[in-house]
Design a protein around this ligand. Structure first.
Ligand code: FES
Ligand SMILES: [Fe+2]
Length: 443
């Protein structure tokens, strides 16, 4: 095979928007993605609420690089490469905790919570040359940005400012954060998925309204068998309901739909307060169903509860995903209990919905082994609706998406990924040009 980047994403009037299956299965494409997407731009790392106290930390990855996100004694947030300056060992092995120091288990070098080297074991023996003192021994810092309590990191010092990178996606993030005057927090605990599938299968599925009625049939049927108050999705059949998608700059996007029901979401407990504080329109948006992609590594899903997913691609056909339940700070106890129950029911590894999605990713990846089939047919739905000039829904939020599609409840738009894949291609093309070629796969 000798496809070029140009041949992986194609777009023309004759064939429409086409995605080549090699983007999900070729190890060299995976290398490009690591280098030019995950290690080239901003990644969502977590929430400030995960490191509330001085010396709290959690560990994660940016692309292939292990990092520690810490709060130092003075309250400042740092992101540090989790690799000892001596010989490279990771200095922190826990997923989260509270530590004033990180002591390397190999030869005992120690660092404070801000990454400053505070001990080189037995340095006073006089065994080091003079030049050794002229180099830094601190943990390598990573560029950090915080937007409304969400912590981002980038390995690329030349990345655009975070707010510019997020662009209009900020309006969608604000709809999450403004649900409480004190913002949003991460409920303790997390889920973890490890699946034999490409990370983009998750990214696409998170904003794919088309799959719901077939993939999640058992979930829908289980709800229908219950009493009406649990029927989060039972109100979704009406023909006059609309759903839509927004595609933003820099690969971000969103899909949205009507609120499930007045009685069954955690936010219905605070609806009056919300309307008073943020107004009728934004309160309606907060109560609606919204899934958003924070390119390249995270998604939020808000329906019966609120989930944050952060994925870490491990190989072209393997992905790790950590999932968190988020909640407005200070919500009523009944709302919090309902949020957690509905989270468990829908999103958890033991839940009724997400495991079905994961099974589909693995199934797609197995199907991709049919190497002679080159092109997906999953980017076309909604194309007929593209180019709609007016979008009152975007106007309501004061945003200017690159594209917006609004249609019937069963429209199942797929064009929302077009902007994302254009950006995907542009970042890789820029990276390859900077690094001087190697564009042809298999070189
Ligand atoms: S590798 Fe950390 S002290 Fe040697
Ligand atoms: Fe799903």
């Amino acid at each position: 095979m000798a496809a070029t980047l140009e041949q992986l994403i194609r777009e023309d009037d004759t064939d429409g928007f086409l995605v080549n299956r090699d983007i999900y299965r070729d190890p060299e494409v995976f290398e490009w993605e690591m280098r030019y997407l995950f290690e080239g731009t901003w990644n969502l790392l977590g929430l400030e609420s995960q490191i509330r106290r001085p010396h709290d930390y959690f560990t994660t990855h940016i692309g292939r690089a292990p990092v520690i996100v810490t709060r130092d004694g003075g309250g400042q947030v740092h992101c540090l490469l989790n690799t000892c300056r001596h010989k490279g060992a990771m200095v922190c092995h826990m997923q989260q905790g509270n530590a004033r120091t990180f002591v390397c288990q190999y030869h005992g070098w120690a660092y404070d919570a801000g990454g400053r080297n505070i001990l080189i074991k037995d340095k006073d023996q006089g065994a080091y040359p003079e030049c050794f003192d002229r180099i830094g021994h601190d943990l390598e810092p990573v560029r950090v940005g915080v937007y409304r309590g969400f912590i981002f990191g980038s390995l690329n010092p030349d990345v655009p400012p975070l707010e510019e990178y997020l662009g209009d996606l900020r309006a969608m993030i604000d709809l999450i954060v403004d649900q409480s005057p004190q913002g949003v927090e991460c409920i303790p605990g997390r889920g973890a998925f490890l699946f034999r599938g490409n990370w983009k299968l998750q990214m696409e599925n998170g904003v794919d309204p088309y799959h719901f009625s077939s993939t999640h049939l058992s979930y829908i049927q289980a709800l229908r068998r219950r009493s009406d108050k649990a029927s989060v999705y039972s109100t979704f059949k009406s023909a006059d309901l609309q759903r839509g998608t927004f595609a933003f700059k820099h690969g971000h996007n969103a899909m949205w739909g009507p609120a499930p029901s007045d009685k069954t979401t955690p936010l219905s407990y605070v609806k009056d307060e919300l309307v008073l504080r943020v107004g009728e329109t934004r309160a309606r948006w907060m109560m609606s169903v919204r899934n958003i992609t924070m390119f390249p590594n995270a998604q939020f899903a808000e329906n019966a509860s609120l989930q944050l997913r952060i994925w870490r691609p491990l190989a072209a056909d393997r992905t790790e995903m950590r999932t968190f339940c988020l909640a407005p700070v200070g919500e009523p106890a009944e709302a919090r209990a309902l949020r957690i129950r509905q989270y468990e029911e829908f999103f958890n590894p033991s839940g009724l919905a997400t495991p079905d999605d994961i099974a589909n990713y693995e199934d797609c990846q197995r199907g991709f082994a049919a190497a002679t089939v080159q092109w997906q047919q999953g980017q076309a739905r909604g194309t007929a609706m593209l180019g709609q000039k007016q979008c009152p829904e975007a106007d309501e939020l004061g945003i200017r998406p690159e594209s917006a599609v609004v249609g019937s409840f069963t429209l199942g738009d797929e064009t929302v990924m077009h902007s994302t894949y254009r950006y995907w291609k542009a970042l890789i093309a820029q990276g390859l040009a900077r690094d001087g070629g190697g564009e042809e796969l298999g070189q």
